[in-house]
Design a binder for this molecule. Structure first.
Ligand code: TXA
Ligand code: MG
Length: 355
């Protein structure tokens, strides 16, 4: 299959291009579309055959449920049996935007979308192209991140092209994504609203609307005996290695004063052993690594978690392409979007964390 990659105006998407993409979706095809978080691989959420193509194009296992994207709240009616009371204030505060809500699944939603679960993940994205496309189709759009299964999520059309060239007919290129990490997934079907995946809406922002919201970091759950399975079944996409780049990443934690010298020493040791080393740091740290011989990529200022979030996935892909054999990465403050950044770094590092 030939993959067409077309530029589209991110703020005022050209009608003719939206109609072209909507026609493909209507024909049961998949289309790569921009959202404010990451690029998505979309299909008509109400057609099983179309949704199946998402899984095939990504190489994604069928037990990993999808997020369904809507353009207005009337689309909730077909997707869910009851709209939980907490949806209203959350939607008012955060939709359109990077918040995914787990609700009871409506009977007409193909089982493939939810991987057989009785619940469904729904969000209203705020990217004008995504909204225009959902409206033009007139139906909700199921869309996971537009990467090959287990690879880093794409924050540019070029990332999606690198992973899905030949597997999708169309990529809409609206430039780099604003947020850069995926949406926050919030479960509204348990007694206490629980964050299943930290993301583009911060814990602090959610707490302001929903004071009883709960978040247990995945690595803490892992230490509680027997919890690993339970959490994995609740949100099957939350595999610990879900965001792994194709090369090993070692995550350094602790104070800046301890982290940076440890990273420097490891970079030197590995380069003496003729390894090509990449380091992920903040602007403030670049000078300290200048003479290290490692390939340095800064994620932005350590004080600006939005910057770090928006450059993280692109940086991981750049270092991969540059052919480094290992990535040494510092950790960042976990407030605001820093929580999502830390979650993705832990996953990319798998078990390789230096404290
Ligand atoms: O920002 C985003 O959320 C992006 C853009 C494209 O919207 N999408 C995205 O989709 O990240 P994906 O498929 O890569 O991640 C979906 C997450 C997975 O962690 C999955 O387990 C969880 O949502 N999820 C989906 N349905 C669920 C359900 N019924 N219950 C619990 N978790 C669910
Ligand atoms: Mg994904």
């Amino acid at each position: 299959m030939k993959t067409e990659c077309i530029h589209i105006d991110p703020l005022h998407p050209e009608r003719v291009l939206i109609d072209h993409a909507a026609a493909l979706l209507r024909a049961g095809e998949v289309v790569v579309l921009p959202t404010e978080t990451v690029y998505g691989l979309g299909a008509d959420a109400l057609r099983t055959a179309a949704v199946e193509r998402i899984f095939l194009a990504k190489g994604r296992p069928f037990n990993d449920p999808l997020i369904v994207h809507i353009a207005d709240e009337t689309m909730l009616r077909v997707l869910t049996t009851v709209v939980p009371p907490r949806v209203r204030p959350l939607a008012e505060a955060f939709w359109p935007g990077p918040l995914t809500l787990i609700m009871p699944r409506g009977a007409s939603v193909p089982r493939l979308v939810t991987a057989g679960l009785d619940t469904i993940a729904i969000r209203m994205p705020r990217h004008p192209v995504a909204l225009a496309l959902i409206r033009a189709l007139g139906s909700p759009v199921a869309a996971p991140s537009a990467n090959r299964f287990k690879h880093v999520s794409p924050t540019t059309a070029q990332h999606a092209y690198a992973d899905l060239n030949g597997c999708v007919p169309l990529i809409l290129d609206a430039g780099p994504c604003e947020v850069g990490v995926e949406s926050t997934v919030l479960d509204l079907c348990s007694d206490i609203p629980t964050i299943l995946r930290p993301g583009g809406i911060s814990l602090e922002a959610l707490q302001a609307v929903l004071p009883d919201v709960r978040y247990s970091p995945r690595h803490e759950l892992d230490q509680e005996d027997g919890q690993r399975e339970t959490q994995a079944q609740r949100s099957p996409g939350q595999l610990l290695t879900h965001y792994a780049p194709t090369i090993p990443l070692i995550l350094y934690e602790g104070s800046v004063e301890a982290m940076l010298p440890a990273m420097l020493a490891e970079a030197r040791r590995r380069q003496n052993a003729s390894e090509r080393v990449g380091v992920l740091v903040a602007d403030e740290n670049v000078a300290a690594f200048a003479a290290s011989g490692a390939l340095i990529r800064s994620l932005g200022s350590a004080d600006a978690p939005e910057q770090i979030a928006s450059s993280l996935f692109a940086a991981l892909r750049e270092l991969e392409l540059a052919g480094v054999q290992v990535i040494l990465c510092r950790s960042f403050d976990q407030s605001g979007l820093g929580l999502a950044v830390h979650d993705r770094l832990l996953r990319a590092a798998s078990e390789r964390v230096v404290v």
